[in-house]
Design a protein around this ligand. Structure first.
Ligand code: FES
Length: 148
């Protein structure tokens, strides 16, 4: 399938029916993210166990299809990963969509790479990174983070 068409399909599908949407009872890492360009906000909940593994991840918020799809894919991807691996995924994803340099960290983004299609729409890159900045903040201790 043409990568652009695949990108559109994944955004529409995950945007309409985001996975892991809702509050997570028992979360021990909580962070809020904010995209000041549009005012959209999201809250991310993580449950990280004593071994440092992300046992569960959920999110709440209102945003465009790209931000919802990105949060949906991100929460799916980090479940079962260690906090360190999740942080490496954040760094790889950031590099992928900001096009700074080729990511060489030892972690695969898998299906999330489809979101690189957002680079064709520069004004929407922050929609795709909102969930990831929020993840980074949650792993760092929580609080509020902005994509700016
Ligand atoms: Fe607000 Fe995309 S328009 S996050």
């Amino acid at each position: 399938m043409d990568p652009r068409a695949l990108y559109q399909e994944v955004i529409v599908e995950h945007g309409r029916r985001p996975r892991n949407f809702g509050k997570l009872e028992g979360a021990n890492h909580i962070a809020r993210g904010h995209n000041p360009l549009c005012g959209d906000k999201m809250t991310l909940y993580l449950k990280v166990n004593d071994q440092g593994i992300v046992e569960d991840a959920r999110f709440e918020g209102e945003g465009c299809a790209i931000s919802m799809a990105s949060a949906s894919l991100m929460t799916e991807a980090v479940k079962g990963k260690s906090a360190e691996e999740a942080e490496l995924m954040f760094e790889n994803f950031h590099d992928l969509v900001m096009n700074t340099h080729e990511a060489k960290r030892p972690i695969e983004l898998g299906k999330i790479k489809i979101l690189a299609g957002v680079k064709a729409y520069p004004s929407r890159v922050k929609c795709a990174t909102l969930a990831w900045h929020t993840l980074h903040n949650a792993l760092e201790g929580g609080g509020e983070v902005s994509t700016e």
